[in-house]
Design a protein around this ligand. Structure first.
Ligand SMILES: [Zn+2]
Length: 301
């Protein structure tokens, strides 16, 4: 399984780190200069934040395609790009005022539109839903429109990982894999990923950054570890170690502990007020919002 490390720092793409990254369109859009990727990476559309913030996609299909074309050309090494999909978490549905089925319909139709606008770009279809039945209905919607999902190199599974319980995620993922799909689980919760890692082609997470917000910086220039490359790579290495098939099964339940940064003992010694200050100071408004959305969706889980 390939694991894309989610980052807010597009400049990391240019570093020769041997780690595939997932970067959001929101972090790249409007940049005058773009990094040249030294290794493979994938583009997230930023749809979760876009719909949570604005209740709709403000970027039209043609503009998005133009942006992705630019990333593919100028940054290079683009494995795949997420479409302008519509997530189906309850609070996202409340924000758009549309039904779950309408979100699915728009997701499918938009994928077809992006593909028509530029068949050369590596857009992947994304399945959205809440229940297992929803996900299969969404897959049927693609199939009915002539998209042979099993023949494609990758099919995204959205919404599922942010909200569902691990056992439910596993059921959904395995049932979709049984249709012959090569899956990317978006924003996987690392706890429990080992349960179904064998059923997916790839996944991603930026949860290291959320965790890093509450960690004191490793140098005087780092207020926290939320944007620390060393911290991120360390987290990635530890995560992969928990997912290696050779790891004894009895070690798997400790995923949460082994993913925890080594300095957790240090963090316990840090004054609570300082942690609060550190995390608040370090956030730009966008990150702060994403942080709140993340917490809200966790509470809803
Ligand atoms: Zn650091």
């Amino acid at each position: 399984m390939k694991f894309y490390l989610g980052t807010h720092q597009p400049s990391w793409l240019a570093r020769d780190l041997g780690v595939p990254f997932l970067v959001s369109h929101r972090r790249l859009a409007g940049r005058r200069s773009l990094p040249r990727a030294s290794g493979p990476w994938a583009l997230d559309s930023g749809g979760f934040t876009e719909l949570s913030l604005h209740g709709r996609w403000r970027t039209d299909a043609a503009t998005y395609v133009k942006a992705v074309r630019r990333y593919a050309t100028e940054i290079g090494n683009l494995d795949w790009a997420a479409p302008r999909d519509r997530m189906t978490e309850d609070h996202v549905l409340a924000r758009t005022g549309l039904s779950l089925r309408t979100h699915q319909h728009l997701t499918v139709v938009d994928y077809l539109r992006l593909r028509d606008l530029d068949p050369e770009l590596p857009f992947i279809p994304v399945l959205q839903g809440q229940s297992i039945t929803d996900y299969h209905r969404c897959a049927d919607m693609y199939e009915e429109r002539g998209v042979d999902l099993a023949a494609l190199p990758l099919v995204g599974v959205g919404s599922v990982c942010r909200r569902q319980h691990t056992v439910e995620v596993e059921r959904i993922v395995r049932s979709l894999a049984a249709r012959g799909y090569k899956l990317h689980a978006f924003g996987a919760k690392v706890l429990g990923l080992a349960r179904y890692a064998d059923a997916i082609a790839s996944s991603d997470s930026a949860s290291w950054s959320l965790r890093g917000r509450h960690m004191p910086g490793c140098t005087s220039t780092h207020r926290s570890e939320s944007n620390c490359l060393r911290f991120a790579l360390d987290w990635h290495t530890r995560l992969l170690a928990t997912l290696t098939p050779s790891a004894p099964a009895e070690h798997r339940p400790v995923v949460a502990h082994s993913v925890a940064p080594p300095s957790s003992a240090v963090s316990r010694l840090v004054d609570r007020r300082r942690i609060h200050l550190v995390s608040a100071r370090n956030r730009d408004p966008q990150e702060q919002f994403e942080h709140h959305v993340e917490l809200a969706s966790r509470r809803a889980a």
